[in-house]
Design a protein around this ligand. Structure first.
Ligand code: GLU
Length: 423
């Protein structure tokens, strides 16, 4: 991985910039540049032909000054300890910006889940949880789904945890199926939170979402729901969407059923067929002349080399880390509103927080309450971010939206560490 695209270097660089802007105490800064705890595990897994394959897994607890570590688990062939460290740092800022009582963590296993059958997937999920069981728990570290992990995988992990500790503890893991006390509303809460941010951002940009065009990169949990919800909630026209193999562009707008069919029958949405639709690459999708661009796939998609070609006026980072720091600077100069990942996609962990609250209190909410509370929290995060940006502008310091969000999040964690006597 090129050093400038190493996500952990990027996360550290972002923190360094924020520290400078806010005049962060040097001791706090030093603590916050590295994770508190890092666990690397070796996972022997029985495969379908009877042989045992060994996988490497990680769990990182970045900071728990404000509450137990919290963050998803990725099953990804390109996983590295540095991607997990970066993602755990971003979880710390995400939970802090949302002002929920959780710290930041992340997990990952280097594997290609597309090659597994269901039994292999279950075996790997259980092996991973067995290996990290003493490291996690409802008041220590609470995992959840992320790229290529699902509610079913969370259910297997919960069950494995239960076997290790000898009792049920539903608040150990979130993003579970509702049958094992996942929360109503959690399934699409990442995208829904992003939509509340989109609504607020459009208001401040005076953009009419009913007349807007949208491109979504990614067809996973975040991307697919961003597609359906932006149509349903605002009447926006989604003209492009993609998955890891490529994308499709249709100026007339896309149809969900046909997208699902293309995906199920051919393995990719790029084979979507209709009168004016044409296949496009993931790179070209980002450069489309649309009002709103939603990167909802993986890291480092908008970089120095393509940032200048981005035409959208509003960029909602629904993926984690889709835009590199130098690309953020270019977008800022172009006056595009680029809202950072740990604000835009925080609906996922805010939903997980609600699930955890329900699990530990044993009292369950309806979807309405879930949506109202999510809207309240994420709308406040957006407004706090814009207000901080304005407050700096009033002092003649121009900072982008990401730095404004960083300043808020880092300040809260630093204050908690100070109060606890860590420095
Ligand atoms: N994986 C999601 C994220 O990156 C959710 C994490 C969680 O719910 O703990 O925000």
């Amino acid at each position: 991985m090129a050093e400038e695209l190493n996500p952990f270097k990027i996360a550290q660089e972002q923190l360094d910039k924020a520290a400078e802007i806010m005049g962060l105490d040097k001791q706090a800064h030093a603590i916050l540049r590295e994770p508190r705890r890092t666990l690397i595990v070796n996972l022997p897994v029985k495969m379908r032909d009877g042989h045992t394959e060994t996988f490497t897994g990680f769990r990182v607890q970045y900071n728990d000054a404000r509450g137990p570590a919290k963050g998803g688990i990725r099953f990804h062939p390109a996983e590295t300890i540095d991607t997990v460290k970066a993602l755990s740092a971003w979880m710390t800022w995400k939970c802090s910006l949302a002002d929920i009582p959780l710290g930041g963590g992340k997990g990952g296993v280097i594997c290609d889940p597309k090659k597994f059958n269901e039994t292999e997937l279950e075996n790997l999920a259980r092996a991973y949880m067995r290996a990290i069981a003493s490291f996690v728990g409802p008041d220590k570290d609470i995992p959840a789904p992320d790229v290529y992990t699902t509610p079913q995988i969370m259910a297997w992990m919960l069950d494995e945890y239960t076997r290790v500790v000898g009792h049920n503890d539903f608040g150990t893991i979130t993003g579970k199926p509702v049958e094992v006390w996942g929360s109503e509303g959690r399934m699409d809460s990442t995208a829904l939170g992003g939509m509340f941010v989109m609504r607020e951002a459009a208001k401040s940009l005076k953009m009419n979402l009913k007349k807007s065009t949208v491109a979504v990169q990614g067809f996973g949990n975040a991307g697919k729901f961003a597609y359906t919800l932006s149509k349903k909630m605002f009447g926006s026209k989604v003209v492009a969407i993609s998955d890891s193999e490529g994308g499709v562009y249709d100026p007339d707008g896309l149809d969900l059923q046909k997208l699902e069919e293309a995906k199920a029958e051919t393995g990719s949405v790029k084979n979507y067929k209709s009168k004016n639709a044409k296949a496009i690459t993931n790179e070209k999708l980002l450069e489309l002349d649309v009002d709103v661009l939603i990167p909802a796939a993986i890291e480092n998609q908008i970089r120095k080399d393509n940032a200048d070609d981005i035409k959208a006026k509003l960029i909602l980072e629904l993926a984690n880390g889709p835009i590199t720091p130098d690309a953020t600077d270019i977008l800022f100069e172009k006056r595009a509103m680029d809202l950072p990942d740990f604000l835009v996609n925080s609906g996922g962990v805010i939903g997980s927080y609600f699930e955890w609250v329900q699990n530990i209190s044993g009292y369950y909410w309806d979807t309405n309450k879930f949506h109202t509370e999510l809207d309240k929290i994420i709308t406040k995060s957006f407004r706090d971010t814009v207000a901080t940006q304005k407050a700096y502008a009033a002092k003649k310091v121009k900072i982008n939206e990401r730095m404004a969000a960083y300043v808020i999040a880092v300040d809260r964690v630093a204050k908690a560490m100070k109060a606890r006597g860590w420095y």
